[in-house]
Design a protein. Structure first.
Lengths: 243, 113
């Protein structure tokens, strides 16, 4: 229960753009206070989400930097995951022909990335709201709207290249694959560096704090990569076989 | 002090100055600071209130902090006043006393009328 409180505090502080050094400081402060007072962290500090929100306001930080990294890395990984299967799919022919339809078909993905700040703010509000245990109607609306958006975006991705086959330029299949791979690698690197920056550092030793959930996170990221490539591959294959 | 304690909005205004005052005699750690404030009559100041305030004072350059390791426990973070903190404390203490005198005179006038 106590470990869970510290894990929630860590996650919530990261959500508020608090850097790893300050997160480690907050964790060590809370542990020291609880060791002295004999209280549990929940008794001494209350709800971790509310405490994180108060700490985040008090500590200096660079807002927007995390958001910019999330934007860029999501965009790169998304584009890369679509481009790699495209490139492989077209490897049998000398060139990947990129049409106006192809360019427009990725607009829903760009839109989704542009929506990130709003989604993050909505998530932050729902975790710091005092009555967050009540059924969250906003969450259902948000989930429904996202599902509709993804389905609509999928239809746009598949349909628009067929309706607008206006040729813009052509790339060799190997080059498209290589560019896609570079996008994925750079995107994931940015995302991992972002996570590393938010990793708590123990102020007493200067060493990173061992988090129990790290292994689970690696598994989730690996699964997300596999699913992303599978979905990207399927969409690209459907798009290529249609055109 | 009466048993009801003070309204939260009064404490919000007074706590920063009280913490600066409690640090005047030398460095101390969070839990000892909360004990000192409680003993002085401010009531129980929970960690959830105290540490964000200390973080703000640290960010404003009024307080500085240093970890002291301990072999038996998790170590303690000692907070101390900076020179800016000392001059801020002196300036705010005078203003607080002026405010307290104004409130006292206003409220005693009300009781008389």
């Amino acid at each position: 229960m106590t470990d869970q409180w510290y894990q929630r505090l860590t996650a919530q502080l990261a959500l508020h753009d608090v850097p790893g050094k300050a997160i480690g400081e907050a964790l060590a402060e809370a542990r020291a206070h609880c060791a002295d007072s004999g209280a549990t962290p929940a008794e001494a500090f209350g709800d971790p989400a509310a405490y994180a929100a108060r700490l985040a306001v008090a500590r200096p930080r660079k807002p927007g930097r995390r958001l910019a990294t999330i934007w860029i890395s999501t965009l790169l990984v998304g584009l890369g995951m679509l481009t790699v299967p495209y490139g492989i799919g077209w490897a049998t022919t000398p060139f990947v022909v990129v049409t106006l339809g192809h360019m427009l078909s990725v607009l829903p993905l760009l839109g989704l990335v542009a929506l990130f700040p709003w989604l993050l703010r909505a998530q932050r509000r729902s975790t710091t709201s005092p009555d967050r245990r009540a059924p969250d109607e906003r969450g259902w609306w948000l989930g429904g709207a996202l599902l509709l958006y993804v389905v609509g975006g999928g239809l746009v991705f598949l349909g628009v290249p067929r309706w607008l086959p206006i040729r813009l330029f052509a790339l060799p299949g190997w080059l498209a694959t290589a560019l896609g791979l570079i996008c994925v690698v750079v995107g994931w690197t940015l995302a991992f560096r972002q996570r590393a920056a938010a990793r708590p550092i123990d102020p007493r030793t200067g060493a990173p704090v061992r988090m129990v959930s790290t292994k689970r996170q690696v598994r989730v990221v690996a699964a997300a990569a596999l699913v992303g490539f599978a979905v990207g591959g399927l969409l690209s294959w459907l798009s290529v076989s249609d055109s | 002090m009466d048993d009801e304690g003070f309204p939260a909005e009064w404490l919000r205004g007074a706590l920063g100055l009280s913490v600066l005052g409690a640090l005047r005699d030398g460095p101390t750690y969070g839990y000892a600071l909360s004990q000192r404030l409680e003993k002085a009559g401010l009531g129980v100041i929970k960690g959830g209130t105290l540490y964000p305030l200390l973080a703000r004072l640290e960010a404003d350059g009024l307080v500085t902090a240093q970890w002291q390791l301990s072999e038996s426990g998790p170590g303690r973070k000692y907070f101390s006043l900076t020179s800016t903190g000392r001059s801020t404390l002196a300036a705010r203490r005078n203003r607080w006393q002026r405010l307290a005198a104004i409130v006292a005179s206003l409220t005693s006038d009300e009781e008389q009328s």
